[in-house]
Design a protein around this ligand. Structure first.
Ligand code: AHR
Length: 520
């Protein structure tokens, strides 16, 4: 977004005054230009991810029609309600690494006849395929979200993937549509997002970007738009800072003709892959380090975006960050292949940092999916038998859903650092948007666990009469919701702000996420 002259003046003033004063006292200011809305924040950056991994699908979502756990067509009602309330816009399935081992025909037809396979990626457990295409599409229907399907490039065939698209979306008479009808679904479904492989540089076939590009074009050629359905094809993109992958896939015009979105995966792994730290038992150093890693996604997006801008200046391709989140050690005593981790206030702040950054990149980032929705990694929901809890991360998604489809507002943030051992990261993360009714929403996180911060927010260009707020915080950095105490970290009404002469002054408590709504 172009900066308005006014904001430049305010920014220069703020910048110089901040630098001058930083030694003595901190100035924390978020300038919001309210009368010049920018790009629409795609609702799909608030998306989620469900893989056949651990108890994400089995137990977490799918319990089967005969379960004593209340369900709709085999899908847990408590989870359905929670996902609806969070306004989940899209759900990615069936993987992840699982997707490139998944043969969709194993998961259709009468349950008792479905093939059992070994889930070779995740724990070596038996996968009975009782949750397949019809069950996933029913789930998407029940929560009214876009299905996002990952096709199998690594170990599948072109014909298999092409048949899947035909089975799902065609209204014509064909062997695939007859099979679908035989399995109980008369009408085709609508499917928007369809990925041509997952992590094909790794678990999806260990390919080079050159080889993948050739394969991707070949697969894509046969994925057709049937019966008015239009696929948004997602090509496999890079991990982290692998700019070579993005450059290779983007630079060839013939590649670019074959997809609408390019994926990116980025996990924050404090301690590194070999020595992951605990999700619940951590020091302030680890708290800080987690947020430092979270902020990195901003630079990573900028790197990939620069390449995409060069080859796609008209911005026709979206960056699809279809896996992100904190990755910690598994909960002690759980199957290491199931990636089950608890979720604390730290994860809630992580979610706010990411969503604010995705909002800021609304021009290019069109889809994002937190890994994963239930019982895996930075989950929004945890289940244990018939019990379900909402994690602190859930509450941030629920609070910030107001940004979905709103237009990004230009902001300039000048804030003090939150430092440890003389290494600093911005103490405040923020973004703002205006919705179709003219309401402004500002999401702010204060990362510092030991200090409240007074943030001055001049609101330029419009006048607002009423302000309301909601806050998520807790006494401890590692505060979490458990099955015994499910409401330790829940949003509360927030009133610690005042609006005077167009300046909103907010006192952000230590370690908190705040959502403010401004109305005229
Ligand atoms: O989300 C867990 C795994 O992380 C996914 O299966 C894979 O794509 C990634 O490496």
């Amino acid at each position: 977004m172009k900066k308005s002259p006014l904001i430049l003046v305010i920014f220069c003033f703020s910048f110089f005054s901040v630098n001058a004063q930083r030694e003595a006292a901190s100035v924390n200011q978020l300038v919001i230009i309210a009368n010049n809305p920018g790009p629409v924040i795609s609702r799909d950056i608030y998306g989620h991810f469900s893989e056949h991994l651990g108890t994400c699908i089995y137990g977490g979502i799918w319990v089967g029609k005969d379960s004593r756990i209340p369900n709709t067509d085999g899908i847990r009602n408590d989870v359905l309600n929670a996902l609806r309330e969070m306004k989940i816009p899209n759900l990615r399935w069936p993987g992840g690494c699982f997707a490139d081992t998944y043969h969709w025909m194993d998961g259709i037809g009468p349950q008792e006849k479905r093939a059992s396979i070994i889930n070779t990626h995740w724990g070596g457990v038996t996968e009975d395929n009782s949750f397949g295409t019809h069950e996933f599409m029913r789930l998407a229907e029940l929560i009214e979200c876009e299905p996002y399907i990952s096709g199998n490039v690594g170990s599948g065939t072109i014909r298999e993937m092409a048949d899947w698209v035909e089975y799902l979306t065609s209204g014509s008479d064909s062997p695939m549509t007859r099979l679908r009808k035989q399995n109980g679904r008369e009408e085709p479904w609508k499917v928007k997002y369809f990925a041509i492989g997952n992590e094909n540089w790794g678990c999806g076939g260990n390919m080079t970007p050159e080889f993948y590009s050739d394969v991707m074009r070949q697969f894509s050629t046969y994925l057709k738009n049937y019966s008015g359905n239009r696929l948004y094809k997602v090509a496999c993109g890079a991990s982290d800072n692998d700019l070579v992958w993005t450059e290779t896939v983007m630079k060839e015009p013939k590649n670019r003709n074959m997809f609408q979105g390019l994926s990116l995966h980025y996990y924050s792994v404090p301690g590194g892959w070999g020595r992951k730290s605990s999700a619940t038992d951590f020091t302030e150093n680890e708290w800080w380090e987690t947020f430092r890693l979270n902020y990195e996604i901003d630079n990573i997006i900028k790197g990939h975006k620069a390449i995409m801008d060069r080859y796609d200046p008209r911005n026709t391709k979206g960056l699809v960050i279809d896996e992100w989140g904190n990755w910690f050690q598994v909960e002690p005593g759980t199957n290491p292949g199931f990636l089950y981790q608890q979720n604390t206030l730290r994860d809630a702040i992580t979610a706010a940092i990411h969503l604010n950054i995705f909002n800021q990149h609304a021009d290019r980032v069109k889809v994002a999916n937190l890994a994963q929705v239930v019982n895996v990694l930075q989950a929004v929901i945890l289940t244990k038998d018939d019990k379900m809890i909402l994690t602190p991360t859930y509450h941030v998604f629920r609070m910030l859903k107001v940004h979905q489809d709103a237009r990004l507002l230009e902001t300039d943030l000048v804030c003090e650092d939150y430092s440890i051992d003389r290494r600093g990261i911005p103490a405040i993360s923020a973004s703002a948007s205006v919705d179709s009714e003219g309401k402004v929403h500002i999401s702010i996180a204060n990362l510092n666990p030991g200090k409240s911060i007074v943030l001055s927010c001049p609101v330029i260009g419009e006048t607002y009469k009423t302000v309301t707020g909601e806050i998520l915080t807790a006494n401890q950095m590692a505060a979490m919701n458990t099955f015994e105490n499910p409401e330790t970290v829940v949003p509360q009404a927030f009133k610690d702000f005042r609006m005077k002469e167009g300046i909103l002054t907010v006192t952000m408590p230590a370690k908190s996420v705040v959502l403010l709504e401004l109305k005229k």
